[in-house]
Design a protein around this ligand. Sequence first.
Ligand SMILES: [Zn+2]
Length: 288
Amino acid sequence: MAAEASPAKSTRRIGAHVPVAGGLVRRGVAEGVKAGAETVQIFVGSPRGWTPPRVDERVADDFRAQCSVHGWPVFVHAAYLINLASPDTVTLERSVETLRTTMTAASLLGAQGVVVHAGSSVDGDRTGALRRVAKAFRDVLEDAPPVRILVEPTAGAANAMASTLASTVEYMQAVGLDELGLCLDTCHLHAAGEVLADPAVFEASLRSLAADLGPGRVDLVHFNDSKAPWGSRRDRHESLGVGTLGEDALRSVVSSPALAGIPLIVETASAADDVAYAKWLDRPGTVE
Ligand SMILES: [Zn+2]
């Protein structure tokens, strides 16, 4: 694998999801610096709650200024409870509302994208759920703040709406909105049964995704190893290089021509080590 050289000069940004409990600037920016990040992802409210994200304008100005000093593109991860495919009308309405308020906060923070999970049909009625998702995204985008939504396929637990690249294509085509981007998570793809370790197979899958959805749809990669085995449909992030994905699969992601230049964000407890590892894979010979 070592002979499969990455592009000689990589321009992609490599960063981390950083905690902001204790302050967007005081904690979030400090954690980004500590991790050696070139881009950061944050939560703007409780990731496991419905509390609407509220960001103070002065804090937002300060955060934006700090991120621009560091040259960081910012991504916001929306709450996990959001499910735009939910058959429950209360959950569906809350999901639309929470995603909108998250976008408002993200826009205030100067974020480039808001990552939201593709959701679950809950009851297994995929056709009905695809209709709900299509309507929900239209509701969200009505008078929406100018932030791109990035749909993230999940690991493929029961009734997941998008997990494999094939189900993701079906989902995005059913939604039919070209302004939506994608955030691909290496741990989720691996758990969903996509083959990453063989660069030719992985590249063919990404080319087929681009052929079906059009070019430029992938805006971000969540670069995580996996604790759970291939095809397990379980979402358990692991530090890079020590999980079931391993070095070959991670290398095939960083050297993929289809993903050239796309930022990588690690979502692990060992952010500094993993950012360094990702830079080492991406820029052989340039990182100590
Ligand atoms: Zn992720």
